[in-house]
Design a protein around this ligand. Structure first.
Ligand code: NDP
Length: 247
């Protein structure tokens, strides 16, 4: 298996795209420590599925926006698993609204979770990856970070920030043989999307060349590939998984 004996961290792994990433990494041989925010039942189900796949799975309830907690998660992984090879920054939220109605809370919630959350885990993990001169970092952004979306100034700014972070970090870690890439999904069928207004979903669906919403696994397969040695000469890239939604 491609990821045999690798240890990974996935943020926001209890549901949706993160859940699919956790399960696909485990199916390819990796042990997975994942974080979640509040849905204990979902997280326990994912951890049990990882164990069924014959890998170690550990769910940690913690907010990605908490800098100190990110350091604690990484320290715990090193204490309990002895190594860290892969970091997938997936946790994200949206709090949509046009800018003239957007509250400070809406702005801060998205920037703190979607952008600072990536920094927090990267800052904790990078000293380990640099020292071992190996590692993979994959950040989940969005096509809306590439193009900007009406009603999502906060989310588009956070996701564009993730792309800038990815490219700058790829430059900083290249000589340490650490690959840093981003995956930009289009509309994927998860709880996040179920909450969107029907009209918004219909408009987005009309843009998708393949004529359907993506599935969480379809994002996960690309993330897993980027974490394998087959992708060792890819860094600083943003790979869209969007059925042609943003061509
Ligand atoms: P979901 O809302 O379905 O799942 C989000 C997961 O992240 C949950 O497990 C949730 O925990 C966790 N999470 C949320 N906030 C925090 C936090 N502050 N700290 C720790 N964990 C947290 O989202 P998706 O699967 O749809 O989205 C995953 C990523 O993909 C996000 O970054 C999103 O922006 C991005 N994306 C999604 C698209 C889509 O169409 N779905 C399109 C483009 C990008 P809990 O289960 O406890 O609530």
């Amino acid at each position: 298996m491609e990821l045999e004996s690798k240890v990974s961290i996935v943020t926001g792994g209890g549901r949706g795209i993160g859940r699919a990433i956790v399960l696909d990494l485990a199916a390819n041989g990796a042990d997975v420590v994942f974080t979640y925010r509040s849905n204990i039942a979902a997280a326990e189900e994912v951890a049990a599925r990882v164990e069924e796949l014959g890998r170690r799975g550990l769910a940690v309830r913690t907010d990605v926006g908490d800098f100190g907690a990110a350091q604690s998660v990484v320290t715990r992984v090193m204490d309990e698993f002895g190594q860290l090879d892969i970091l997938v920054n997936n946790a994200g939220v949206n709090r949509d609204g046009v800018i003239w109605k957007m509250s400070e809370e809406q702005w801060d919630a998205v920037i703190t979770t979607d952008l600072k959350g990536c920094f927090n885990y990267i800052r904790a993990a990078v000293p380990i990856l640099r020292a071992q001169k190996a590692g993979k970092i994959v950040n989940i952004t969005s096509i809306n970070g590439l193009r900007g979306k009406f009603g999502q100034t906060n989310y588009s700014a956070a996701k564009a920030g993730v792309i800038g972070l990815t490219k700058a970090l790829a430059r900083e870690l290249g000589r340490s043989s650490v690959n840093v890439n981003a995956v930009a999904p289009g509309l994927i069928a998860t709880d996040m999307v179920k909450e969107a207004p029907e009209k918004v979903k219909e408009m987005a669906l009309a843009e998708i060349v393949l004529g359907r919403l993506g599935k969480p696994e379809e994002v996960a397969y690309v993330v897993t590939f980027l974490c394998t040695e087959k992708a060792r000469h890819i860094t600083g890239e943003v790979i869209t998984v969007d059925g042609g939604q943003y061509i």
